[in-house]
Write a new protein. Sequence first.
Lengths: 109, 114
Amino acid sequence: EDQVTQSPEALRLQEGESSSLNCSYTVSGLRGLFWYRQDPGKGPEFLFTLYSAGEEKEKERLKATLTKKESFLHITAPKPEDSATYLCAVPRSYDKVIFGPGTSLSVIP
Amino acid sequence: NAGVTQTPKFQVLKTGQSMTLQCAQDMNHNSMYWYRQDPGMGLRLIYYSASEGTTDKGEVPNGYNVSRLNKREFSLRLESAAPSQTSVYFCASKDSWGPTGELFFGEGSRLTVL
């Protein structure tokens, strides 16, 4: 069964303490992997799309990477404003996108 | 630029009542989607519309109906609400049909069914 899992479920970092979030997937014929950010009480907001193993994308303190089985979202020297839930998603077929449960990130000043 | 607008933002229903969630986008997007989000479950697709005039079921369609009223508007109806439908509902749109391309989400409609 196609599945997307994320770990850890929650992560608490001190400001400036770098770390990584993981997204693992079991989908045949990967057509891309998406990362979204969701702030409390808001809808998800698009961050990145990765299409092939080895691809990397960067935006400010965030860098997303992709392998054949998983993706990592690296957060370098995070700030409190990076606190949010980070969701990864994978297209399962031509018409459906599967979302993972998310990682809730808290960055403490 | 409003993007995707959902109404209402909050709603409390009693079991068996009906209601319609409204969604409108002003980005001239072709595809529109309804998701529900529950703790620990991620976002799950209820229904989608690849283009004006078409709708199709997603992962969890039971208990819901949809209408693509025109290119801008996509509504979700609960005919007889059940406590299991307590959730946060998100409408999203995308420029093109298919697996790629970013989704633009509304801010959500929080529904409680007592």
